[in-house]
Design a protein around this ligand. Structure first.
Ligand code: AMP
Ligand code: GLY
Length: 441
C-alpha cells in the first residue's frame, strides 16, 4: 500500500476498533505520541472517551454496510490510521476492505489472520514449516473424530477449528471426556455443536504440560520486532482452577524465558511462520502472537493469534517506552527495522476485576467507585473493559470490567500494588484473582 500522504509533523487522526481493555491501553499509549491527532474509538467503552471520542460504528465484518460506514467516517474525519483490535473483523477481511491509498490499516489481511481463525490451517502450516507444536490431527468427519478420540491412550485437547472467543478448547483427561468434547463441539447425532460453524472441523491434539507464555511481535511483512514476553492467566479461579475465561490477568516481563529461549522462539516459531506464509504468497503485517507451552522438550505452540492479546497488551503498553504510533505506521510501511522501542525495566502486573458470576451469567449496570483513589498511586493505571457511562454514572457493562495495572521493582511488588489498587475499587459482585504471577514467584 502506498504511504499515507502526511508530512512527519502533520497530526494523524486515528480510529481504534474495539471495546476492551486492550483498546483502552492502545489508545492510552497512542495518545502519548506527539504525532497523535484526534483519537476515535468504535465503539470504545466507559474509559476510552476520556482519551478521545467514542463513535457508534458497528464493525460487523460480514456486513458490507458497516465497512462502508467505517470508510465514510474515515474520509470525513481525516482518519489516516485505523487500528483493528479484535480477531473477528480481521478474520472477516476488514483490513483488506478498508485498505486504500492514503490510509494505514494496522492488522493483517484475512489470509494472514487465518493463522488464528482456522486452527486446522495453522496446524498444517506448522507441520509443513517444522514449527514445534503439539502433535495433532484435524477432522471434518464426526465419526472419524470420535473413533480417533476413543483410540487415544494419552490425554488430548479437543479444539473447535474456528473462532470461539477463546471458549472452543476442551482439555481432557480420559478417552470418555475426549469423546464428550468431540460431541460438544461437533454436535450430537448430526445436530449443530455448541460453537456452530466454528466447530465444523475439530483439531484433536496431544495434551502438553508446562508453563504458558505469550510472545508477541510486530511484523511488517519482513521484519519482526519481538515484544517482551508475558504470562496470561486464563482460568477463573486462584491456583489456575475452574473454567477458562477471556483472561483474568497477566504480567510482563515473565522470567520464564531466558535470552536463549527468546531467540529460539523468534527463530523457530515467529520467523518460520512469517516465512511459511510468504512462501504461500501471504504477507503478514500486524501483531503475531504465539501462545506457547514450555514443555520438557522445549517451547511448543498452542495457538497463534493475529492481534494483541487481551490482557497481555495492557502491561505491555504500560511498560513500552517509545512511540507506538510510529511503530504501527512502520509496521504498515515495512520499515520496522528502523524502529526502536524499549521497556520500563520494572515489572507490570495487570489484574482483571470481573462481574460476579463471570464467565457464566452476570449482572450489568452496577455502579463503579474508587478508580481515582486507586490511581493516586503513580505506579497504578486502570484500563476499562466492560464499562459504560449511563446518566453520567460509570457502570459495569461486561464480564471483565476493569484492568488494574501496577508497576513494581519486581513481580511481588507489582502484584501487591495491583491487588491494593483493586481493593480500593468497588462494584456489586466484583471479584478478581489475587495470585496473578504467583506461579513464578
Ligand atoms: P488455545 O486457545 O488453543 O490457546 O487454548 C486455550 C487454552 O487451552 C491454552 O491457553 C491452554 O491452557 C490450553 N491448551 C490448549 N492446547 C493445549 C495443549 N495441547 N495441551 C495442554 N493445554 C492446552
Ligand atoms: N490473552 C489471550 C488472548 O488474547 O487470546
Amino acid at each position: 500500500m502506498p504511504s499515507a500522504p502526511t508530512t512527519s509533523d502533520h497530526p494523524i487522526n486515528v480510529l481504534l476498533l474495539g471495546s476492551g481493555g486492550r483498546e483502552h491501553a492502545l489508545g492510552w499509549k497512542l495518545k502519548q505520541s506527539p504525532r497523535c491527532g484526534k483519537l476515535y474509538f468504535a465503539p470504545g467503552n466507559g474509559g476510552t472517551d476520556a482519551l478521545g471520542e467514542n463513535v457508534d460504528l458497528a464493525f460487523d465484518p460480514v456486513n458490507t454496510k458497516n465497512v462502508d460506514a467505517i470508510d465514510y467516517f474515515c474520509r470525513h474525519h481525516d482518519v489516516s490510521l485505523v487500528v483493528i483490535g479484535p480477531e473477528d473483523p480481521l478474520c472477516g477481511g476488514l483490513a483488506d476492505r478498508l485498505a486504500k491509498p492514503g490510509r494505514w490499516v494496522f492488522g493483517p489481511t484475512a489470509n494472514a489472520a487465518r493463522l488464528e481463525g482456522d486452527k486446522a490451517f495453522s496446524k498444517e502450516l506448522m507441520r509443513a514449516a517444522a514449527i514445534p507444536t503439539a502433535d495433532a490431527k484435524s477432522f471434518k468427519n464426526h465419526d472419524a473424530a470420535l473413533a480417533y478420540a476413543e483410540s487415544r491412550e494419552l490425554p488430548v485437547v479437543v479444539k473447535a477449528a474456528g473462532l470461539c472467543k477463546g471458549k472452543g478448547v476442551i482439555v481432557t483427561d480420559t478417552a470418555e471426556e475426549a469423546v464428550a468434547a468431540v460431541n460438544e463441539i461437533m454436535g450430537d447425532g448430526g445436530s449443530g455443536g455448541a460453537f456452530g460453524d466454528a466447530g465444523g472441523t475439530v483439531v484433536i491434539e496431544e495434551r502438553l504440560e508446562g508453563q504458558e507464555v505469550s510472545v508477541l511481535a510486530l511484523v511488517d511483512g519482513t521484519n519482526l520486532f519481538v515484544l517482551d514476553p508475558a504470562q496470561d492467566h486464563k482460568q477463573v479461579g486462584e491456583g489456575d482452577t475452574g473454567p477458562n475465561t477471556g483472561g483474568m490477568g497477566a504480567y510482563c516481563p515473565t522470567p520464564l524465558l531466558s535470552d536463549e529461549l527468546r531467540t529460539e522462539i523468534e527463530r523457530e516459531v515467529l520467523v518460520r511462520t512469517v516465512d511459511a506464509l510468504r512462501r504461500d504468497g501471504v504477507e503478514f503485517k500486524g501483531v503475531l502472537y504465539a501462545g506457547l507451552m514450555l514443555t520438557a522438550g522445549g517451547p511448543k505452540v498452542l495457538e497463534f493469534n493475529t492481534r494483541f492479546g487481551d490482557p497481555e497488551c495492557q502491561p505491555l503498553m504500560v511498560r513500552m517506552k517509545g512511540d507506538l504510533l510510529e511503530a504501527m505506521i512502520a509496521t504498515c510501511e515495512g520499515t520496522l527495522d528502523a524502529v526502536d522501542l524499549s521497556w520500563d525495566p520494572r515489572v507490570c502486573c495487570c489484574v482483571v476485576m470481573c462481574s460476579g458470576g463471570y464467565p457464566g451469567k452476570y449482572e450489568k449496570g452496577q455502579a463503579i467507585t474508587g478508580i481515582d483513589a486507586a490511581e493516586t498511586d503513580p505506579d497504578v493505571t486502570v484500563f476499562h473493559a466492560g464499562t459504560t457511562v449511563k446518566r453520567g454514572e460509570l457502570v459495569t457493562a461486561g464480564g471483565r470490567v476493569l484492568n488494574v495495572c501496577a508497576l513494581g521493582a519486581d513481580l511481588k511488588e507489582a502484584q501487591a500494588k495491583a491487588n491494593a489498587a483493586c481493593a480500593k475499587i468497588a462494584f456489586e459482585g466484583a471479584f478478581y484473582r489475587k495470585d496473578i504471577g504467583s506461579r513464578v514467584m
